[in-house]
Design a protein around this ligand. Structure first.
Ligand code: PHE
Length: 446
């Protein structure tokens, strides 16, 4: 089961995996989606529920996903087939692929918008033009396509050459520039109201909807529930520690999300914005912050550029999951796989791009109670699908793979895990599936 075919790559080192997995985790989920969700779901209350969900649900699931990947050395469908040949469980693998494509489609539209802002700040610096986001249809579609092409090019380069090197230098830089923006944001008059709103939980705001959104945000931000960590784990060697890797990724990702909150909300309150503005929140707030800043254009360029890179290391992982399936199971060449899936993501993403460009009926469509095509896609794939995928993964591990097998896989390379083994098994057997199930059902019936 674990024989590694020679055609598969492997990370150069454990740090290679951590960088790539952190690259997958850190992205628009932290900087665009986390503030937008926190803003719509009660601020401090959301943050608290989010942190609890990450610790109690996402961290155990993270170990599980990586271990299934490393144990089988396969993509999501292949991993399930390796454990349970010819069973219907492989549908869970297909759900993962579909979710990957679904997220990739609208995520690249938002990433295209980030790229547009990057270009706008370059023009401001070079030509002295003002920052006006036109949102014209051609522009939105072109930048969306451009971003997808970038993703395709990186993934076609293969696991190590493509993914590992991007993260090494640019991630730490992102943290530095965020630090600078936070300082600026906190110095604005009236900023403290935003800080207070972000850190003080108002318990009356905690509803089933808030809890579902917080839990799903945890899966989204940590790239869980659709096989990204599984696929990256499949390139990990038995010498490496799943515990160290998983924990580092969770820590790093959570810190970045919280930093994003401190970057956005003080400014929202100081400059009189609406925290519940939705998916356009960061694009409303940040240009105002940069506008009032000495050297704001340079900060704008650097920030939006780094955000592009962070988004790129995430879309790369989304595309890599689906690619690994076609390469491993269908024997397609890497090139053919990436271009075909990229084209599919473009077609599926077009309505989201039209929504962003303000074209009816895409802006006025209501699906699953969500207004506008893009937010509906985000709810369907980014919220529901990831939660369902994570739940089914737990059930699969309990009923088919065996939690003892999973725990033993984690133990290889992490001898210290012995002490937590029983606790981890208890969480995956009872706590995680029960909580995910109850949260999903209580939201859907409420
Ligand atoms: N975690 C990524 C982010 O925060 C998005 C993502 C979700 C990537 C699911 C892969 C899988 O931006």
């Amino acid at each position: 089961m674990s024989a590694q075919s020679p055609r598969r790559g492997q990370w150069g080192s454990q740090i290679g995996f951590i960088l790539a997995a952190a690259g997958s985790a850190v992205g628009l989920g932290n900087i665009w989606r986390f503030p937008y969700m926190a803003g719509q779901n009660g601020g401090g209350a959301f943050v608290l529920v989010y942190l609890v969900c990450v610790l109690v649900i996402a961290l155990p699931v993270m170990f599980l996903e990586i271990s299934l990947g490393r144990a089988t050395h396969r993509n999501p469908v292949g991993a399930i087939k390796a454990v349970a040949p010819r069973s219907l469980w492989r549908l869970l693998g297909y759900l993962a692929l579909l979710t990957g494509l679904g997220i990739l489609s609208y995520y690249s539209v938002i990433a295209g918008k980030v790229l547009t802002y990057c270009a706008l700040y370059v023009r401001k610096l070079v030509l002295g033009e003002g920052i006006v986001y036109s949102g014209a249809t051609v522009e939105v579609v072109i930048y969306f396509a451009l971003f997808l092409i970038l993703t395709v090019l990186v993934v076609s380069g293969g696991v190590q050459r493509g993914i590992e090197r991007w993260t090494k230098i640019l991630m730490p830089l992102l943290v530095v520039i965020m630090g600078a923006i936070i300082v600026r944001s906190l110095l604005l008059p009236g900023a403290m109201a935003g800080v207070k709103w972000f850190v003080t939980p108002d318990f009356s705001k905690i509803t089933p909807r808030v809890i579902l959104n917080a839990m799903s945000q945890g899966f989204f931000s940590l790239s869980l529930g659709m096989g990204a960590m599984l696929t990256y784990g499949s390139y990990l060697s038995r010498k490496d520690s799943i515990v160290t890797c998983g924990t580092s990724v969770v820590l790093f990702d959570t810190v970045i999300a919280i930093l994003a909150g401190f970057m956005i909300f003080p400014a929202v309150f100081a400059l009189g914005g609406d925290p519940a503005a939705g998916s356009t929140l960061i694009f409303q707030v940040l240009p105002k912050v940069f506008g009032g800043m000495e050297g704001g254009a340079v900060v704008g360029i650097v920030f939006f550029f780094l955000l592009c890179v962070a988004a790129l290391t995430s879309t790369v992982s989304l595309l890599e999951v689906v690619t690994a399936y076609f390469v491993d199971e269908r024997r397609w060449s890497r090139r053919r796989s990436v271009w075909t899936i990229g084209a599919a993501a473009f077609i599926v993403g077009l309505p989201s791009a039209f929504d962003l460009a303000g074209i009816t009926p895409w802006t006025s469509i209501t699906i699953l109670g969500k207004h506008g095509f893009l937010e509906a896609m985000d709810f369907l794939w980014g919220n529901l699908s990831l939660a369902i995928g994570s739940l089914l993964l737990c059930v699969f591990a309990i009923a088919v793979w065996g939690l003892k097998n999973a725990a033993s896989e984690i133990e290889i390379g992490s001898p210290g895990f012995v002490r937590f083994r029983a606790v981890w098994i208890f969480f995956i057997r009872w706590i995680c599936p029960a909580l995910i199930g109850v949260i999903l059902v209580s939201k859907l019936v409420s």
